[in-house]
Design a protein around this ligand. Structure first.
Ligand code: OXD
Ligand code: MN
Length: 632
């Protein structure tokens, strides 16, 4: 496109053009001119991050009906369409250049065809709308972790949400060199009726990794549209692959241990499986709840939060269980609620919030009353299961001081957890880095939740809780993890946690707050202050240590019966899981590291041996051998 300057000059007002040209990067100008040519917006607004511009975005989201003010003046609510309330995994595809392949597990299509389709869908999509152009920085600014990102959207809700969730980047872009690697995001909600995307049957997310560009169209749900969240994660994973670091679906938080020490932990959980609540554990401090970049800096695994806010699931957030979030959501800190119920007084309610909800109000189905049914005769709940809140972290009383540290924090531990009803114990430490990567990260399974479209409660293969976002062949991603650990001088320990273990009646074996004890135990292990019991699948806590941690941190009696039930080694279930995992990797033609099969086989042999000695269900008390330290 040679005439990009004339496109910009004819489409932008002088003030907007000036704002744009203050960024001296021609690739930025070209990308915006191309988007204008493609989407034909009525007007273009360039946001320079001034208070005035940021406020304009919020006000316009309200004026256009994308958001509605609530009783607290800094709060708004946004509704997504009935069929657009979660990430659409099936319509999120990688555009793969000829001759390239991303392996068996990823949805991909020919790049040329995919680009043609995306551009067809986006053609003229902003005809009667205003285009917003925003600049952000993923990770702290001016750091080795920083990634500049341009977002173009016709949704002021998207532009507003990003303001709460990401670090503003206009000034950062002004300082960028011409060769800086930028992530590019182009989104259009498509045709709207009552401010809601109506062409959801033609929605899609197309990831053109060759050009670091993501196209998203005919959708509004933030997981499909907020380019800096999961769309940029997919590009970051590819960049991390090239540069030998890790881009992960992980929180970062600090456990506060004895003598005021802090142990930083990152943790990967599939959406809706306890990630945010773990990052907000009482007594700890939060760096981030969803996305982390991790680099080897002088032999240590250093992590930063990619974001600066939370797009959290609001279901079950209550004053009792989530006091810190509750306080912010009831304060005057800016917040956007989505897909909740709003009472006629402008108060938001959601499922399982511990209050008595009104029996009428407005929700994603329009005017709502108790007993309202959908077209299939199903009762419409007062709020969607995947209803959300969007807030900045700065309002939280437990935000960690290191949030903006350009050097990141050193990780003492990495944890992986899923919704696992019947295999893994509530917490175990891997024998070493390789064992952790293979038998915990790469072997994670989890029951599906409302964060993605489709039925919930189905057990799915969820390696590293990052399966939805991995953008390189899975085997290569695993090899990168193995290599990353090999080059670390101080390796974080790796843990598997399971908050969803059930008994034979189907009842959960743990309380919600128990996770605090698991984290405190990790802190003690990282500092070699407690021993552990060796089981065929990893190192588990001793009863006495847990019982004193339960007393100290939760003021709870923890019985031997509870311990025996929770930490019992369920050999048949664990062997069946190994079969499932091995068969997943068998399909992963060619790219699975050979080590994976060896480490899984060793695990199988340990389980078989233990079974021959102790039977199918092994009480932790039978496993006498204790170890002082793991060999990480
Ligand atoms: C999220 C998700 O919203 O993973 O964080 O779906
Ligand atoms: Mn997430």
């Amino acid at each position: 496109m040679n005439n990009y300057m004339s496109i910009l000059e004819s489409s932008l007002t002088d003030a907007n053009l000036r704002k744009l040209l203050t960024i001296p990067n021609q690739s930025v100008h070209r990308f915006i001119a191309d988007a204008i040519e493609l989407c034909s917006p009525m007007k273009v607004f360039v946001c320079d991050d001034s208070r005035m511009d940021v406020e304009y975005i919020r006000r316009t989201a309200i004026a256009r009906g994308e958001e509605t003010p609530l009783a607290i003046p800094t709060h708004t609510v946004h509704f997504d369409g009935l069929h657009d309330q979660a990430r659409d995994r099936e319509q999120t595809v990688y555009l793969v250049p000829k001759g390239d392949s991303l392996g068996e597990h990823l949805l991909q299509m020919d790049r040329e065809e995919g680009l043609e389709l995306a551009r067809k869908r986006l053609k003229g999509s902003m005809e009667n709308k205003k285009m917003v152009v925003r600049f952000f920085c993923l990770g702290p600014r001016d750091s080795v972790f920083s990634i500049p990102c341009v977002q173009i959207t016709d949704s002021f809700y998207v532009a507003h949400s990003e303001d709460l969730l990401y670090r503003r980047g206009y000034d950062f872009f002004r300082r960028l060199t011409e060769d800086a690697e930028i992530f590019w995001m182009l989104h259009s909600s498509g045709k709207l009726m009552h401010s809601v995307s109506i062409d959801w049957q033609r929605r899609g997310v197309a990831i053109d990794y060759k050009e670091n560009t993501v196209y998203s169209y005919n959708t509004q749900y933030a997981g499909n549209t907020i380019g800096l969240k999961k769309l940029a994660l997919r590009l970051a994973i590819r960049r991390a692959d090239r540069e030998r670091w890790l881009a992960e679906h992980m929180f970062v938080m600090a456990v506060h241990g004895p003598n005021r020490r802090k142990t930083y932990i990152s943790g990967a959980f599939p959406s809706g499986s306890g990630k945010t609540s773990t990052s907000m554990i009482p007594g700890g401090s939060i760096v981030g709840d969803d996305l982390a970049y991790i680099r080897n800096i002088n032999g240590a695994a250093k992590a930063v939060n990619v974001e600066r806010g939370i797009f959290g699931i609001i279901r079950s957030v209550s004053a009792k269980d989530d006091p810190v979030i509750w306080e912010v959501l009831n304060s005057h800190e800016p917040a956007i609620f989505s897909n909740v119920l709003v009472s006629y007084e402008g108060i938001p309610y959601w499922l399982n919030d511990g209050r008595t909800a009104p029996n009428r109000g407005v929700n994603f189905s329009g005017d709502w009353f108790e007993g309202k049914k959908d077209v299939n005769g199903e009762e419409i709940p007062l709020a969607h299961k995947n209803a959300r809140y969007t807030i900045g972290l700065e309002g939280l009383s437990n935000v960690d001081k290191t949030l903006e540290d350009p050097n990141g924090v050193e990780l003492g531990a990495i944890i992986y957890g899923g919704r696992d009803p019947d295999t893994c114990v509530p917490i175990q430490e891997s024998f070493d880095w390789i064992h952790g990567v293979v038998t915990i990260g790469a072997s994670l399974e989890s029951e599906s939740t409302a964060a993605t479209l489709g039925p919930s409660g189905i057990r799915k293969f969820q390696p590293f809780s990052n399966m939805d976002f991995i953008s390189i062949p899975l085997g290569r991603y695993i090899q990168n993890h193995l290599d990353f650990g090999e080059f670390l001088q101080r390796k974080p320990r790796i843990y598997g946690v399971n908050y969803f273990l059930r008994d034979t009646e189907g009842d959960f074996l743990n309380g919600k707050e128990d996770k605090r004890v698991w984290l405190q135990w990790i802190d003690l292990r990282v500092h070699n202050e407690v021993e552990a019991i060796k089981t065929p699948t990893g190192l588990i806590p001793r009863y006495d240590d847990l019982s004193s941690l339960f007393r100290e941190y939760l003021d709870k009696e923890y019985t031997r019966e509870q311990y025996d039930q929770q930490f019992m080694v369920r050999v048949p279930e664990l062997l069946a899981k190994l079969d499932r995992i091995e068969s997943e990797y068998r399909d992963c033609v060619g790219d699975t590291p050979a080590l994976l099969a060896t480490v899984l086989e060793e695990q199988r042999q340990r389980l078989i041996q233990a079974k021959s000695k102790f039977g199918d269900y092994i009480s932790p008390n039978s496993l006498q051998a204790t170890v002082q330290d793991s060999s990480t």
